[in-house]
Design a protein around this ligand. Structure first.
Ligand code: SAM
Length: 247
């Protein structure tokens, strides 16, 4: 009998296939990989070179530092692995990765992720394949592999049956446009290295679910307002009843 197809198939175009699955082979994503909730295929462009040196890069037209990944070699690598599904290029020039984007990508059956190295990829390849360019933050990594793993980690944990309690996602940071409230567990009283005795907020042991919910929402609002004015402003637009509380 043919095995059931994975809910998500991922193809990674990388000069360092040995980096995969990396941390994605552990914990939640690792178990999901074992259960074939998602599957992984790596493609090394070096395999599609034709010269003895297995050249995948060349110097940039117009001069300047570094090397650029060649479009012809990447094209051959991609053509040998069609279909591509949603084609993504990890790059600091891309749109920032958000939870909303992760949710969107978790609905796709097939993702192909191109990991850049050197100064990046010839622009014509990105144009020709209408690559969706995604950044994981305003800093520069030496390669797209770790960026791809971060993107995949966010996506895989959203797939059905990866996390036991599906409701978890709604209450997490960004689920409702706010950062998450603080968490506490036993012991109820704990003295830290600063010698201060800290107690868990009483409301959390009250057994009063509605009050706990309200308290958590207020905590979420407070932390978002303090740490992420950008998110808070967007939240107030969606929930104008909060606007009187903004100064
Ligand atoms: N010259 C590029 C620039 O300034 O935008 C940076 C190239 S970087 C050294 C090499 C590769 O790492 C990129 O092609 C990209 O695939 C990956 N990369 C680096 N930073 C990234 C980020 N913040 N998000 C996603 N991918 C990134």
């Amino acid at each position: 009998m043919k095995p059931e197809p994975a809910k998500l198939t991922v193809k990674i175009i990388t000069l360092f296939p040995e980096m995969f699955p990396g941390h994605l082979g552990l914990s939640l994503s690792g178990k999901a990989l074992e259960k074939r909730i998602w599957s992984l295929e790596t493609v090394n462009p070096r395999y599609y070179t034709t010269d003895v040196h297995k050249t995948v890069d060349d110097s940039p037209f117009g001069g300047g530092a570094g090397m650029v990944m060649k479009p012809d070699i990447l094209d051959r690598s991609l053509q040998a692995h069609l279909p591509l599904g949603r084609f993504i290029y990890m790059t600091p020039r891309g749109k920032p990765l958000t939870q909303a984007k992760a949710i969107e990508l978790s609905q796709e059956p097939l993702l192909t992720i191109l990991c850049g190295r050197y100064e990046g990829v010839d622009e014509r390849l990105l144009e020709a394949y209408q690559a969706e360019e995604i950044s994981i933050g305003d800093y520069v990594l030496s390669g797209g592999e770790q960026a791809a793993m971060i993107l995949l980690d966010t996506v895989i944990r959203l797939l059905p049956d990866v996390i036991g309690n599906a409701g978890t996602h709604d209450e997490e940071s960004f689920g409702n446009g706010l950062l998450e409230y603080p968490h506490y567990t036993r012991p109820a009283e704990w003295t830290g290295p600063d010698g201060i005795l800290r107690k868990v907020p009483e409301i959390l042991s009250s057994g009063h679910h509605a009050k706990v919910k309200d308290w958590r929402l207020e905590q979420s609002k407070a932390v978002t307002k303090e740490r992420r004015p950008d998110l808070w402003s967007a939240y107030v637009v969606q929930n104008p009843e909060n606007s009187k509380k903004t100064k």
